[in-house]
Design a protein around this ligand. Structure first.
Ligand code: MSP
Length: 566
């Protein structure tokens, strides 16, 4: 081995070519601090994820009774950030979304719209797909429960449960909420309504198949105990555990009074309860019942992560694991329940007229800004309150002023003072330089830890605070002053800043894919060097001497609207 004489600031692959053209330039023998340990993982492992295996992540499938709203956008975006983060980390990801099209709610809504249910579903399902496209969501598949392969999968699961003795025919009478598509016990009702506030109706005695849920009370409690990370956040998990401890009754899983559902195999008078149909989507999209070695199911099941809203955790944390246990299938590794958005402190509902249309948000503020705000504003898992003022404030502060403006300052200084190219003649790194580069170098691990525990807000916070540090650094180092006093030091400062920005833009890709890539283009980072592994590669560091183009603003500022006087 012979040692290189060129500065480690210069990527090795580029150094010889550079040397040929830059022999007249002084290249200081300084080295960037690099993380010593080699990172073999793709994301940090957790008790519920080894950090490497194929990763199925799912949104709930959305009811097609109405057009998409902010809640749907929120769940999809959270999944998208995690899915993209995993992919950039080198994980093999299968990201699934889709629409839940059966059941009484959809049937009644279609009827009220004067349409046959299938045409109605086709139309509304498309609007959910369109929303995902508009939000730049990178789902790998979009399942519809009216697809024949899905229906076959549900019927197969039903037959398996029947064969295992988990289903029996009985009769049901009791309270049902069509809005929640949920049965409620008399004791759960609050002022004659469901605990969610939804209307309930009395279902008169009818034949119904039942799933022996009562057999799973102890099994579920034992499973939660032995898999303490299955359900999160902890407060929601406690609610589920108390619910199960309160006693589980057998679950009615078929209806005879309407038709819009998957027929029960061997008994055409019954259609299946919409939740057994809907939950199976997570497996039918993987080709279930084909579970052969080498199949998609074999590769991705059990799902690594189901993200759901807090209102539907019970279905995912109680019914779904019980169905899977009864069928002898592995359980998902993690189920995370996020909170709900309110508007100006009030519950969002059509009747209050305060529904937030995600399409309006994107049109007003832009896709990446919408993605940023929804993920940054609240702790993932807690409730959040939406207002346009908060959105404008956050976009202006964190994106326009802090990130966009910083990028603009760095790139303008480089463009104007360094011959429209990445600076080459650099001096020794100071402690301040080393400190900020070390902070940037640790960003991947810190954000990875946040993402692998679904702390999306923490991921954003690490990113925002890295940008604060960089703003502080540029203000203290003042390269615009150095340009008159010490151009070598100015070059070093600008180079350090570009290298920090490379980390920021690469790691911001999961949250703001378009804007991050605009910044990476401005920094001159080649398209094939934007994965997380490239962060640490010496040869992928910002290349001295590479041309930069005239910078353009990435995030416009928004004016706070004047309050409307009555
Ligand atoms: N079809 C079922 C899910 C079946 S999954 C096997 C369903 N669909 S839904 O369209 O009503 O809701 C989908 C998701 O949107 C849920 O996770 C729900 O929590 C979320 N949200 C609905 N309104 C919301 C807010 N106001 N805020 C945040 N998320 C909310 O349930």
């Amino acid at each position: 081995m012979h040692s290189r004489k060129v500065s480690p600031l210069l990527p090795p692959s580029a150094s010889l070519a550079q040397a040929a053209t830059t022999t007249h330039r002084k290249i200081a023998p300084v080295s960037l601090p690099s993380s010593s340990e080699s990172r073999l993982y793709s994301v940090p492992s957790t008790p519920f994820d080894d950090g490497k295996s194929p990763f199925e992540i799912t949104t709930p499938i959305y009811y097609v009774n109405d057009k998409p709203h902010i809640g749907h956008a929120y769940t999809s975006l959270a999944c998208d950030v995690i899915a993209r983060y995993m992919r950039h980390s080198g994980r093999d990801v299968f990201f699934l979304s889709g629409t839940d099209e059966h059941g009484q709610k959809v049937e009644t809504t279609a009827k009220n719209a004067g349409m046959d249910p299938q045409s109605f579903c086709d139309e509304v399902s498309q609007s959910f797909r369109d929303l995902l496209t508009l939000l730049n969501v990178s789902n790998d598949d979009f399942i519809r429960t009216t697809e024949s392969h899905h229906k076959e999968a549900v019927q197969h699961l039903w037959k398996t449960l029947m064969d295992k003795g988990a289903i029996y025919l009985g009769s049901y009478e009791g309270w049902y909420s069509v809005r929640d598509e949920c049965y409620y016990n008399e004791s759960e009702l609050v002022d004659g309504k469901a605990p969610t506030g939804a209307e309930v109706e009395w279902v008169k005695k009818e034949d119904s198949y039942f799933f022996k849920l009562s057999d799973y009370e102890d099994k579920l409690l034992e499973y939660y105990e032995s898999h303490p990370d299955l359900l999160a956040p902890a407060s929601r998990k406690n609610e589920v555990v108390s619910f199960v401890k309160g006693g589980l009754k057998d679950l009615s899983i078929s209806r005879t009074t309407f038709d819009w559902g998957v027929p029960v195999p061997g008994d055409d008078d019954h259609v299946m309860y919409v939740w057994i149909d809907a939950l199976t989507n997570y497996m039918s999209a993987l080709g279930y019942p084909n579970i052969e070695e080498g199949s998609k199911f074999d590769k991705y099941w059990p799902a690594s992560l189901h993200i759901v809203g807090k209102d539907i955790l019970r279905f995912h944390a109680v019914y779904w694991p019980a169905f899977l246990m009864a069928a002898g299938l592995p359980l998902p590794k993690r189920i995370f329940a996020h909170g709900w958005w309110t508007k100006d402190g009030e519950k969002i509902s059509k009747s209050l007229g305060n529904v937030i249309d995600p399409v309006d948000l994107v049109e007003t503020y832009g896709v990446d800004q919408t993605r940023f705000f929804l993920m940054a504003e609240v702790n993932f898992g807690s409730d959040g309150d939406f207002s346009n003022e908060k959105m404008i404030y956050k976009i202006n502060a964190n994106l326009s002023n802090e990130l966009g403006n910083l990028n603009q300052r760095i790139m303008t200084l480089v463009f104007k003072n360094c011959n429209k190219a990445v600076p080459v003649e650099m001096g020794e790194l100071t402690d301040e330089d080393k400190e900020i580069l070390a902070t940037a170098a640790s960003l991947r691990e810190r954000t990875g830890t946040a993402i692998s525990t679904q702390s999306i807000h923490e991921y954003v916070q690490h990113m925002v605070s890295m940008v604060w540090d960089a703003n502080k650094y540029i203000d203290v180092q003042a390269p615009w002053v150095l340009k008159k006093t010490d151009t070598e030091r100015m070059n070093t400062v600008l180079y350090v800043l570009m290298e920090v920005m490379r980390h920021v833009a690469i790691l911001y890709q999961p949250l703001m894919p378009t804007s991050s890539n605009v910044i990476l283009d401005q920094l001159g980072v080649p398209e094939n060097e934007r994965e997380f592994d490239h962060l640490e590669k010496e040869e992928c560091k910002i290349l001295p001497g590479r041309e930069v183009s005239k910078p353009k603003a990435v995030f416009p500022r928004f004016e706070v609207p004047e309050p409307v006087s009555a």
